[in-house]
Design a binder for this molecule. Structure first.
Ligand code: PRP
Ligand code: URA
Length: 209
């Protein structure tokens, strides 16, 4: 079963509080999501393998380390996942970015796929699927179905806020995928919104309603 990690770093928790606040406007919301995505990327990349190289410092030859191993791919789930991309790319600028477009039908709450575009060498990459919200779990499960169908085998899921229902659905559908969160919330309400959550992530990021 996929593990669940909740990042309790004080900076992540502090910024998340202002992301949740309904009085935080679009500009500040976007900036905070970007910052939290960077901080989460710092934590999520802790396991990346290193290899030794030599480098000439101004003083002498040093043995030092650089990243090695699989190449990374980010896959934001459109739209709201887009808000986390730049923050992660600040730390991992060489990552390639694919996109999965899904929206949640407001009546059935089921995800509807409208776009998938991934980097070429899917089989060789470690993918981080990103979306601020893991609510029923339907969108994340569908997005991961879409990228597995195209050959991806090494996948992580990174979200700001999750409901227990979404985590359970993900763990059942994709037991090989670990989940990285800034917060595990209480429940879903009757409209499928995370409680207490942060509202509609896409609308708050892009100023729509
Ligand atoms: C939101 C959010 C997730 C999804 C989560 O997207 O960004 O993708 O809902 O809900 P789920 O876990 O119940 O599937 P939405 O469908 O509102 O689309 P948008 O990002 O285009 O606004
Ligand atoms: N999508 C959102 O943007 N927010 C929620 O709380 C649930 C799904």
């Amino acid at each position: 079963m996929g593990k669940v990690y909740v990042f309790d770093h004080p900076l992540i928790q502090h910024k998340l509080t202002f992301i949740r606040d309904k009085n935080t406007g679009t500009k500040e919301f976007r900036e905070l999501v970007d910052e939290v995505a960077s901080l989460m990327a710092f934590e999520i990349t802790r396991h990346l393998p290193l290899e030794e190289v030599t480098v000439e410092t101004p003083v002498e030859t040093a043995t030092a380390k650089v990243l090695s191993g699989k190449k990374l791919g980010l896959v934001p789930i459109l739209r709201a996942g887009l808000g986390m991309v730049d923050g992660i790319l600040k730390l991992i600028p060489a990552a390639k970015v694919g996109h999965v477009g899904l929206y949640r039908d407001p009546k059935t709450l089921k995800p509807v796929e409208y776009y998938v575009k991934l980097p070429k060498d899917v089989e060789e990459r470690e993918f981080i699927v990103i979306d601020p919200m893991l609510a029923t779990g339907g969108s994340a499960v569908e997005a991961i179905n879409a990228i597995k169908k195209r050959g991806a085998t090494n996948i992580k899921l990174m979200c700001l806020v999750a409901a227990p229902e979404g985590v359970e659905m993900m763990q059942e559908a994709h037991p090989d995928v670990d989940i990285y969160l800034a917060a595990m919330d209480e429940k879903l309400n009757e409209k499928g919104y995370i409680v207490p959550g942060l509202g509609d992530a896409g609308d708050r990021l892009f100023g729509t309603k």
